[in-house]
Design a protein around this ligand. Structure first.
Ligand SMILES: [Zn+2]
Length: 217
């Protein structure tokens, strides 16, 4: 599969998991071995996204190939790729529950084993930042560099997630919304119980290193 096909197909997952409204949200994937990435075109409805209308940008966010202009979040994706060489995919959503935590500027505490598995602790809050320059990208990178979490809640905005590839970044976005919702529900009738740090560490280590199929993929 080409990166255009992969990235176009992954946008359907954002719809399937109810993470996006209208044309908000986007997925990008780094083209292996090149200083380029594929991202969603701006303003095209999810039903009309195809491999052919995906756009290719360089790591400064300039359009390299494509008939549409790139997503308005392209600068943030480009900044992440420039500054985090191991990142192969970036996802952005305004998914409801995660964005509600972002609206309060409150990190999601690690009170579920699934959170320890996937995020290795809390899902942190990134700074308030306006679109238009590198502020959002800087906020993402400053928050996630050296943090286990593959997702950040940008204050008053929404979720950015990263992964070794685009599919992993989509998974992090899906899991982020899932735990945001569950912890929100838990909060309604009381204070969720924290998980001791050494148990979080054990869960994270096991999930990252042992769990799942041992194929190279
Ligand atoms: Zn946004």
């Amino acid at each position: 599969m080409t990166m255009r096909e992969i990235v176009a197909g992954l946008h359907a997952e954002l719809v399937r998991y109810n993470l996006v409204a209208w044309t908000a949200g986007n997925v990008s994937g780094r083209i292996p071995g090149e200083d380029l990435f594929v991202i969603k075109p701006s303003g095209v409805s999810y039903d009309e996204l195809t491999p052919a209308n995906m756009v290719v940008c360089d790591l400064d966010g300039n359009l390299v190939e494509g008939e549409h202009s790139p997503s308005s979040d392209t600068a943030a994706h480009a900044y992440v790729y420039r500054n985090m060489p191991d990142v192969g995919g970036v996802v952005h959503t305004h998914s409801t529950y995660a964005s509600a935590w972002a609206a309060r500027g409150e990190a999601i505490p690690c009170v579920l084993t699934a959170m320890a598995d996937e995020f290795g602790g809390e899902i942190p809050i990134g700074p308030f930042a306006l679109i238009g320059d590198d502020s959002i990208g800087q906020g993402i990178v400053e928050t996630l560099k050296g943090h286990r979490s593959k997702a950040v809640l940008m204050q008053n905005h929404g979720v950015f997630s990263i992964g070794k590839d685009a599919r992993a970044a989509v998974k992090a976005a899906v899991m982020c919304e899932d735990v945001a919702r569950t912890v929100h529900v838990a909060r309604q009738l009381g204070e969720p119980l924290p998980i001791p740090q050494d148990d979080i560490d054990r869960l994270y280590d096991r999930y990252q290193n042992v769990y799942g199929q041992r194929s190279p993929r």
